[in-house]
Design a protein around this ligand. Structure first.
Ligand code: TRP
Length: 447
């Protein structure tokens, strides 16, 4: 067991920005506007916001409580808190981080490709053909490798010199660039219809589609808040300070939500000004329609570069949190250097992701397993742990460094015991159902 001094964040802002960097990712800038489009526009956003604040926020605090109390990686954390059997849950989260990063990095590779494509105007001739050419095959594998190498590069430098320093630069850049793009998008002719679609919910449609909107919204809330993979446990384990967990958590959740909404203010006016119906979700549609939009707009190259650079920074600051989950486990448990561990893990994760760089349907499977099974299952277990097993100590940890009253903490605990796990359970069941449907479709296609 390596017993060198464990690293900690140097400042409170450093921790918050690192966590925001983890949360803000492909999930906000790319997935969120398109999930919104695929699930009926503003009605989806209402459910999503409820899911973020009522389910995601308490669940994030649960991860923080585990991480800061144990000051260990997600697997050893449970043993350290006196519940060795629960290490399984930490292992599930760690493996899920491994899994998610393997295909997240493939998409990260596409984004690098689109930055280059924007600079050179390569996709201006035909955005659909461009996407087809770069999204699968040997070149997709090559850029998957480049993205992974960048991620390894940051994590190898460690918590303060690598993650904290880089996210302090990346997160503000994302906000400034995206804000600039939103202002520009506001000047587009015909874009106003996008705001209406995006900001005025149709409540009748909401009620009649709740069964499909709910799991999508909750799944999106978990993914965007980086829950269920031990990422927030790991980041909180480097706190080593008595800051207020609820205040920091609220800051992170609010910033992440604002960035998502801001991305919508960029994407929807663009789509509407070009008469594109945003309902067609899907992994490739986002790239094809947006790149197609840039190709038609004046100064499209510049805007394309700005947009895809935002996406790249967002993807990178999230990917490092996923790699850090796995790396922290080995750093805590072996005598090898962080640098060599990060490289070795990066290589292994790269290999796991290679199949998903050979076809969108394979990538879709990787994504669906994460969304519908791994995330909700892992969050559910964490909630049961904090709500029922470690309850009293968790409440004390939550109150440390805050003026939170006993009744405030009790309200949180009650929520974490009842409402939140029930919501997650429903999501998990609906998610399993949709996985089964997917498997049936696949079987039919094979037969
Ligand atoms: N939150 C990131 C996004 O929105 C992705 C991510 C990073 C993530 N770390 C995670 C998702 C941990 C789930 C769990 O793109």
């Amino acid at each position: 067991m390596a017993q060198q001094q464990r690293e900690t964040w140097t400042t409170r802002v450093g921790f918050i920005l690192a966590a925001v960097g983890s949360a803000v990712g492909l999930g906000n800038v790319w997935q969120f506007p398109f999930q919104t489009g695929a699930n009926g526009g503003a009605a989806f956003i209402v459910v999503y916001l409820l899911a973020v604040f009522l389910i995601g926020f308490p669940a994030m605090l649960a991860e923080f409580v585990i991480g800061r109390r144990a000051e260990r990686n997600p697997i050893d954390a449970f043993a350290r808190l006196g519940h060795r059997n629960w290490k399984v849950v930490g292992a599930l989260g760690t493996l899920s981080a491994f899994w998610i990063l393997s295909f997240y990095s493939v998409v990260g590779g596409w984004v690098i490709r689109y930055v280059i494509g924007s600079v050179r105007g390569t996709y201006f001739g035909g955005s659909e053909a461009y996407f087809g050419a770069i999204s699968a095959g040997p070149e997709a594998v090559a850029f998957h490798a480049v993205f992974m190498a960048l991620t390894v590069g940051v994590v190898a430098f460690g918590v303060t010199d690598g993650i904290e320093r880089s996210t302090k630069l990346m997160v503000p850049s994302i906000v400034v660039l995206l804000g600039g793009l939103a202002v520009w998008a506001g000047t587009l002719e015909g874009g106003a219809a996008g705001y209406a679609y995006y900001l005025s919910p149709d409540l009748d449609a909401l009620l009649s589609n709740l069964g499909s909107i709910l799991p999508a919204a909750v799944g999106q809330a978990f993914f965007t808040l980086s829950l269920g993979m031990g990422a927030m446990i790991t980041y909180a384990s480097y706190l080593g300070r008595d800051d207020s967990l609820p205040a920091d958590g609220a800051t992170i959740v609010i910033l992440n939500t604002l960035v998502g909404l801001l991305a919508g203010l960029v994407v929807f006016p663009i789509l509407f000004s070009l008469g594109v119906e945003p309902g067609s979700g899907g992994l490739g549609a986002a790239f094809i329609t947006l790149a197609g939009a840039f190709a038609q707009l004046p100064a499209g190259r510049l805007l394309g570069v700005a947009f895809f650079v935002v996406l790249l920074l967002a993807a990178l600051s999230s990917a490092i949190s996923l790699l850090e989950v796995v790396t922290s486990y080995l750093v805590d448990n072996t005598d090898r250097s962080r640098r060599s561990l990060a490289v070795a893990l990066g290589l292994a994760i790269f290999l796991l992701g290679v199949p998903s760089a050979f076809g969108l349907s394979i990538l879709g499977w990787y994504n669906a397993i994460a969304y519908n099974l791994l995330l909700p299952l892992s969050v559910l277990c964490l909630l049961l742990f904090v709500g029922w097993v470690d309850a009293g100590d968790g409440v004390d940890e939550l109150r440390r460094g805050t003026g939170l009253s006993e009744s405030g903490a009790a309200a949180w605990l009650w929520f974490v015991r009842t409402v939140v796990p029930l919501g997650v359970l429903v999501t998990l069941l609906l998610g399993l159902q949709s996985l089964a449907v997917r498997a049936d479709l696949l079987a039919e296609a094979i037969v």
